[in-house]
Structure formats: structure tokens, C-alpha cells
Ligand binder design. Structure first.
Ligand code: SF4
Length: 372
């Protein structure tokens, strides 16, 4: 079957030309797919029956990804396994009332003020040592339709109304978006132009894929940028993020400086705190000095590492986290601790691994994070 979900208006137009129908049919089909989230061609009743049948005979279907499994956290977070139609699944997370970290100030409150964490690949090739997704390796890239389709599947489940409800999107799920750059940016354009979510409500996180950051810097329509930093120097970063051997922190800083920021926009630096590895005050001092050199409006989101099976790290104690944050603030760096979301259902940062598990082994800890 050939999915229509994921095609932009130009592509839909080229497709419908083959069926010799008037141009206004493109708009009708596009609205059915992206505004009304119609699931079956048979339900697109403003298109002639004959056209629908011919599309079906040619192998087309709408192809909106569907939620195969749902895991609900005690904190309201939901983690989904979303079926991509080829026997694979990918993980997506719904965090009601924002994530208390994307804006960084906890100001997002209220019904249907939510954040959706979206995946860009099935698995990941980057191999960050603290991340469960890395254990899958890379299985495949997602298409633009599969990336944007995760969002629509979740919006539909929660009966979200675009324009009424405040929805943030964070591209911090499984995979490295900038290693699937073209499909990722095609998905962004669909979400902005077709589905109607403002780009200012979207943030993409990268571990530091240099060519991707430089291309991103030239995009006229783009999400906000978050850099998954996680270390104060190359020595520590190489241990936990082997990608640093290819592009070190200085390269990262130089590339980030190329991204033109919009009014009031800030760069986000994400920092997963691993007990005894990168959480000492000397590290905070290094981070403070490093980020002052960036010379752009920025903030730091501190994420307490989420334990996973057979992972060789420890959670830092709460006082260490608080002192780390205070030291960054001392250096003039706005720093926020992201509160835990969905750790009991493996929905939290670095925990997305297509698992059907719900955890019963949670350590008692009152500060933690959400999704990367
Ligand atoms: S943290 Fe992100 S980039 Fe690193 S391995 Fe996990 S999914 Fe990939």
C-alpha cells in the first residue's frame, strides 16, 4: 500500500494529476488527511466515490500510523508503541501540562497544555552510553509521514483541537533527527503548514551532528534547537558520547553560533547528570565557562539520569543536583531541573526502547527528567 499521509500539497497535486481531476480536489484531500485526520479513504466523502475507488485500486491509502500499545504513568504521562505498518513500532510520549522543562520555568499549566515527544528513527546509531535506545542500534529511518503521523495519532487520541489547545512538540524520542535530516524537516513542514502547529512550539534535540546543525541554521522554517551536551569537556564527553570523537565540543559551539535566533529565542543545552561522572561542581564550573563563550541567549536543562536495566551509571543524589544547578546560576547561566515524567512506564529520558515493560524497581528520588 502507498500512504498518502506524509505527502505535501505539491506531491498530492502531482499525484492527482494522474487521475485527471480539478485542482481543488488537492485541497479537499489535504484537509481530510491533515485537518480532519480522516483514517480511511472511504470516509473522505467530499471526494467523488469514483476517485476514491481509483485511488484505492492504485494502491493508495491514508496510512496514518496507529497506536498499538499504551502505557499510562501514575503522573499522567502516556507512552505509546506506534505501529508503522511494516511490523515495526516506534515510541511516542504524551506529557500533559507541558513537561515543566521545555519552557524551563514550569509556566505551562492547564488542560490540553501538553508536550508530545516524537521519534525520528527506529533505534539509534549514535550510541550514547547512558541511553537505552542506543542498545537497539539503528533499525531504520522513519519517513516524514511516520514522524508527523506519530503527532497526529496522539492528538487524535486526546481529541486535541489545534488552535484551542497548547501543544508543544519535542523531537527527543528515539533516534537522532539530524541523521534523518530530510525526512525530519519534511515532517516539520507538514506539521507547520498542513497540520497547523507553530514552529515556535517545537524543539529538536541533537547530540551534535555538525552537517545537520549547519543545514538547520539556514532553514526558513524550523523548530528551536537543543544541544544534548552532557559533559563539560571532551574527555568526559567522549566516554559517554562517542560521537564527540568525530565532532568535539568546540566544533559544536562553533556550529551552534551559526544558527540565527529569532526574537526571544534561546538555545537549550541539555545535561544528563550521571552520578560521579559529570555531576561535580568542577564540571559545573567548566560548563559555566564553556556556555558563556557561546555568547548567545541560552538556558540549561538538567536531567537526572534515569536508571535502566544493566546500565553502568548511578543517579546523582538530590543535593548534588541542586548544588550543580546553583553553581551554573552563579556563573550567570539559567538552569532548570526537569521534573520526572513517566519513569514508571519507561517513558523518561533515555528510556525509550520499544519495551512492553512497566517498572516496579523505581528508586526513591524526587528530582528527575523526562524524554530524550
Ligand atoms: S541519547 Fe539520543 S542520540 Fe544518543 S543514543 Fe539515545 S536516542 Fe540516540
Amino acid at each position: 500500500m502507498r500512504p498518502l499521509f506524509g505527502l505535501n500539497n505539491q506531491q498530492l497535486s502531482e499525484l492527482l494529476q494522474e487521475f485527471s481531476v480539478p485542482a481543488y480536489r488537492v485541497r479537499q484531500l489535504s484537509q481530510a488527511i491533515y485537518r480532519h485526520w480522516t483514517e480511511g479513504l472511504a470516509d473522505v466523502t467530499n471526494l467523488p466515490k469514483d476517485l476514491r475507488e481509483r485511488l484505492l485500486q492504485a494502491g493508495y491509502h491514508i496510512g496514518l500510523p496507529s497506536i498499538a500499545e499504551t502505557y499510562k504513568s501514575v503522573d499522567g504521562t502516556e507512552r505509546y508503541l506506534i505501529a508503522t505498518g511494516d511490523g515495526q513500532t516506534v515510541e511516542t510520549v504524551w506529557m500533559p501540562e507541558g513537561d515543566d522543562g521545555e519552557t524551563g520555568d514550569g509556566s505551562d499549566t492547564g488542560y490540553h497544555d501538553a508536550t508530545i515527544c516524537v521519534s525520528s528513527q527506529i533505534g539509534c546509531a549514535v550510541n550514547c552510553q547512558f541511553c537505552l535506545t542506543a542498545k537497539l542500534g539503528i533499525i531504520r529511518n522513519l519517513t516524514a509521514g511516520e514522524i508527523a503521523g506519530q503527532v497526529v495519532a496522539v492528538l487524535k487520541r486526546h481529541a486535541v483541537q489545534i488552535g484551542r489547545d497548547r501543544i508543544n512538540l519535542v523531537f527527543m524520542g528515539m533516534g537522532e533527527p539530524f541523521l534523518n535530516y530530510d525526512a525530519f524537516m519534511d515532517a516539520i513542514r507538514l506539521l507547520v503548514h498542513q497540520i497547523g502547529i507553530a514552529e515556535s512550539r517545537m524543539t529538536v534535540s541533537t547530540c551534535g551532528i555538525m552537517p545537520g546543525i549547519l543545514r538547520f541554521a539556514a532553514e526558513p522554517v524550523r523548530p528551536k534547537l537543543a544541544i544534548s551536551l552532557n559533559a563539560s569537556n571532551d574527555q568526559v564527553r567522549e566516554q559517554i558520547m562517542p560521537i564527540t570523537r568525530k565532532w568535539d565540543i568546540q566544533h559544536l559551539v562553533n556550529a551552534v553560533r551559526q544558527v540565527p535566533l529569532r526574537a526571544k529565542e534561546k538555545l537549550t543545552f541539555e545535561y544528563v547528570l550521571l552520578g560521579g561522572v559529570n555531576d561535580q561542581l568542577s564540571h559545573a564550573d567548566e560548563v559555566g565557562k564553556l556556555l558563556r563563550r557561546v555568547g548567545r541567549p541560552l538556558k540549561v536543562n538538567l536531567i537526572v539520569w534515569n536508571p535502566g536495566p544493566l546500565m553502568p551509571y548511578d543517579m546523582p543524589p538530590p543535593h548534588q543536583v541542586a548544588e550543580f544547578q546553583a553553581r551554573l546560576k552563579f556563573h550567570g547561566i539559567p538552569a532548570f531541573i526537569r521534573r520526572p515524567r513517566g519513569r514508571d512506564i519507561y517513558a523518561a529520558c533515555g528510556q525509550l526502547k520499544r519495551t512492553g515493560q512497566v517498572r516496579k524497581d523505581l528508586p526513591q528520588f524526587s528530582l528527575s527528567s523526562d524524554v530524550l
